[in-house]
Structures are given as C-alpha cells and as structure tokens.
Design a protein around this ligand. Sequence first.
Ligand SMILES: CC(C)(COP(=O)(O)OP(=O)(O)OC[C@H]1O[C@@H](n2cnc3c(N)ncnc32)[C@H](O)[C@@H]1OP(=O)(O)O)[C@@H](O)C(=O)NCCC(=O)NCCS
Length: 162
Amino acid sequence: MLSGMDQPVRLRQARPADYDRIAPVVDDWWGRPINAALPRLFLDHFFRTSLVAEQGDELAGFLVGILSPSSDTGAYIHFVGIAPRFRGGGLARRLYTRFFELARADGRSVVRAITSPSNHGSVAFHEAMGFTVTGPIAGYDGPSADRMLFHRRLDGDASDSR
Ligand SMILES: CC(C)(COP(=O)(O)OP(=O)(O)OC[C@H]1O[C@@H](n2cnc3c(N)ncnc32)[C@H](O)[C@@H]1OP(=O)(O)O)[C@@H](O)C(=O)NCCC(=O)NCCS
C-alpha cells in the first residue's frame, strides 16, 4: 500500500464543503491575513469552475475560478494556493492548465487575475504562466489598494500543456 507521501496528487472539481478545509489554511499559506478575501460564497457559487488538489486526504492546493457571467469571452482566477510543502513542483501550473481547459471548452478566450504589488511570487508565477503584467495600478481596488493586473489569451499554445 502506498504511504501518503507516495500517492499522486490528484485534481478534482471543488465542492462547497471544501470551504471548511480551505478557509483555515489560507492565512498560513499566504503568510498574512487573507481569509477575508475568500468568503464562503466563492465555494458555494463557483465550485463548478474551481479545483482542489489532494494527496490522499491531504489538501495540497486549490484554485477558485470564475467564468464571467457578464462577459462571454472572459474568465477570472480569484485565488490559487499551494500548501508550502507542495510548492515548486508544477502543481499550480497543473491547476491553471486544467482551468484553461475548462474555460476554453466554454468558449472563453481570455483569463484575468490580480494580485498585490508586494506579492512578488505571484507576479513571477503569472509571468511564467504566460500572463501579461500591468501595474501597479494605484487605487485599483479602492483607496490605498494598488493592484497588479494579469491577463492571458487562451490561444491553445503549448506553454500551458506541460
Ligand atoms: C504562487 C504559488 C501558487 C505557486 O505555486 P507552485 O505550485 O509552487 O508553482 P509551480 O511549481 O506550478 O510553478 C509554475 C511556474 O511558476 C514559477 N514560480 C512559481 N512560484 C514562483 C516564485 N515564488 N518565484 C519565481 N517563480 C515562481 C515556477 O518557477 C514555474 O516556472 P516554470 O514552469 O517556467 O519552471 C504558490 O507559491 C503559493 O501558493 N503562494 C502563496 C499563495 C499566493 O500568493 N497565491 C497567488 C496569488 S492568488
């Protein structure tokens, strides 16, 4: 029998109940208080376009994504997080690639995301994933809330299929 560490990390569609496993870990995974930016509504209403990565029963990562209800061509990634011990092995790339596939299958042609200017890891990750980076945009999310903006076309190139 495989021990936990030897099991593959599997991706699956999220479920509303995953919120109760995700919410307690995000402040630790981000290294700062971030939980307020991920209220339960995201799992309740967007679980079909969100993903969970697990190794056995252990939560290894997650992605909260949206197919825009207001733009037929747009998709948006609100949160991606990987547990510290699973970082650096391509797991966030796998989650993004799976989300790109489901967005393309729904006819979406552009994916967007944003982050704080201080989140250099997120900026580097999105650059590696082929996103164009704009910013910082002063006051983007209200007074004193500057943001980096990312967008990436879904043209079916090979860079997200590793
Ligand atoms: C950012 C984060 C999601 C990356 O997850 P990961 O599984 O380690 O990323 P991957 O291993 O899939 O990396 C994919 C690519 O991004 C690059 N990358 C990822 N994190 C990076 C970092 N901190 N600095 C530089 N490059 C990085 C990798 O080098 C890799 O490039 P390559 O495929 O060209 O070699 C993870 O560090 C994390 O959860 N951070 C805390 C939460 C957060 O900030 N989320 C993003 C904002 S919502």
